[in-house]
Ligand binder design. Sequence first.
Ligand code: KG4
Ligand code: ZN
Length: 342
Amino acid sequence: MGIVLGIESSCDETAAALVDSERRILAQRIASQDAEHAPYGGVVPEIAARAHADRLAPLIEATLADAGMTLADVDAIAATAGPGLIGGVMVGLVTAKALAMASDKPLIAINHLEGHALSPRLADASLQYPYLLLLVSGGHCQILLVEGVGRYTRLATTIDDALGEAFDKTAKILGLGYPGGPAVERLARSGNPKAVPLPRPLVGSGEVHFSFAGLKSAVLRAKQAAAHSDADIAASFQQAAIDCVIDRSRIALGSAKNPTALVVAGGVAANQAMRGALEALAAQHGLPFVAPPMALCTDNAAMIAWAGIERLGQSDPLDLAARPRWPLDPDAAPVRGAGVKA
Ligand code: KG4
Ligand code: ZN
């Protein structure tokens, strides 16, 4: 039995959580910065770092109080050490180091992507390795074979934009504000997914990697042409994005060694239409489909605390550096154009 305090600050959510080895989330708090970044249509790194610095310490204090605990009750302090916006990551990591030092508890540095990758196991105790993971968020778009803690084989990544980024840019083009994914999904419900002819980049080419830049440009042209309603553009964009995801996931399912399940994680996993399409794909392959509850899909600290539980026994040095880039599979071959993605 163990209890880990998790800290997340790599993008625009300041979050803390206490999770135990029985998969119980004992307490969790999330402070979103949506209001601060909304005027800019995206996350402004400097504003994010300052907001994390202002909010994190009281947020951790409140999380411990919610559970009726103090640091004496936890077995380790886990914090996102990358990849992400470096100012924010540093705030979380330095805070974790200070707490670890003051309480004489081990520090566990967590890769944010590993947090997402293992989050389905927090929600579903029956999920066994290896599983095929579609990791789709604002900064990442990968298909990984998850073979164990720290054992990830990247099968696909994006050569340009991440899927969540494509949703956010579409939202911006349609004037829907930030964050865009939920707004696009909402508007798409009242639109016709077949109304606007949009490209499905690389579908049918046998290419394993993703590309969304061409789709985004086509959405911009459709908006400028003013021949369709925003709802039809949103619905057609979402359908095109889903078609790309299903095509690439089918290829990955064909090449992965005996996965036990098809799993989706990351912020875009909150998209109901995509969940439905992935569930159907998994069924075609005779596999269970696993998607964590919505609150575990977008950035949160429970997934970081859970990764800490999976890594209990590890103790990282207090001079460990925050990493803006930190690939889950360092051995994966470089992909043309993918240099800026972790
Ligand atoms: O995992 P996350 O919270 O942060 C990153 O690590 O990037 O993912 C945020 C991304 C944003 O791009 C957001 O627009 C997208 O997830 N997102 C969605 C939905 N909810 C969040 N995209 C499509 N449909 C949604 N319902
Ligand atoms: Zn994330």
